[in-house]
Write a protein that binds this ligand. Structure first.
Ligand SMILES: O=C1O[C@H](COP(=O)(O)O)[C@@H](O)[C@H](O)[C@H]1O
Length: 239
């Protein structure tokens, strides 16, 4: 099944963050109530940070047992483990440490792998050990250029066949990154795009307008069961 995208427009980034955090907690609790261990993939970026803080705030009132949630990333910056550029460091500080997540699968840093390709191969192997990334929810920010995870317009990684790839010369710093490819992203049950601000409105409109994924990579990802675009008014302003 390929899902038709659903679009949810919120007045601003704060209400968007609260809505996504609440929806995530409710999904996780539902899966755990049936005995499942949900697997989710996080994103980095500005709206993700707001959402992560909201998850930390709302989590104590939820039924989610974070020790029984598998945490992965859609992309990561290949830098030192303590670099402020790490998506994982941001998520740990904003909510993972506070909620007590223990099944945390960070993408390799420069301390873990000889180079970015070795890091990607190692993450792909870790994913294969856990079912090749059958995610319940994948959250994805997008860039003003339409990039998603670290899949950038015109880059060779858009046609990669492995499940994780190394990226060099990223147009957005830092230059070296690890990214999941379209294959695992498109196997996710739910894909949630998280987009805030009118600077991203053209990319949102093009992605939803059926652009080629080589031009607007966000156009190339849909969830198996659902695809939701969580937007604020700015991001939705060209729809
Ligand atoms: O570099 C990245 O950028 C995107 C979007 O970030 P934002 O700050 O413009 O919201 C993010 O989705 C990705 O994970 C990150 O590595």
């Amino acid at each position: 099944m390929t899902s038709t995208p659903r679009i949810e427009v919120h007045p601003d980034s704060a209400t968007l963050a609260t809505a996504v955090a609440g929806e995530l907690l409710s999904r996780l609790a539902d899966i755990q109530a049936t005995g499942g261990v949900p697997q989710i993939a996080l994103t980095g970026g500005t709206i993700a940070e707001e959402i992560h803080r909201e998850i930390a705030r709302l989590s104590p009132a939820s039924d989610v047992d974070w020790s029984q949630v598998g945490i992965w990333w859609g992309d990561e910056r290949f830098v030192a483990p303590d670099s402020p550029d790490r998506n994982a460091g941001q998520a740990r500080a904003a909510f993972l440490d506070a909620v007590g997540a223990t099944q945390v699968h960070e993408m390799p840093s420069t301390a873990d792998a000889a180079d970015v390709d070795a890091g990607a191969a190692s993450y792909a192997a870790e994913l294969r050990e856990h079912g090749s990334g059958e995610f319940d929810v994948v959250m994805l920010g997008i860039g003003p250029d339409g990039h998603v995870a670290s899949l950038f317009p015109g880059f060779p990684q858009l046609d990669a066949t492995d499940i994780a790839v190394g990226v060099t010369d990223s147009p957005k710093p830092p230059p070296e990154r690890i990214s999941l490819t379209f294959a695992p992203l498109n196997r996710a049950r739910s894909v949630w795009f998280l987009v805030s601000g009118d600077g991203k409105a053209p990319a949102v409109a093009q992605a939803l307008g059926g652009a080629d994924r080589h031009d607007i990579p966000a156009a190339g990802v849909t969830g198996h069961d659902e695809t939701i675009w969580f937007l604020d008014r700015g991001a939705a302003s060209q729809l």
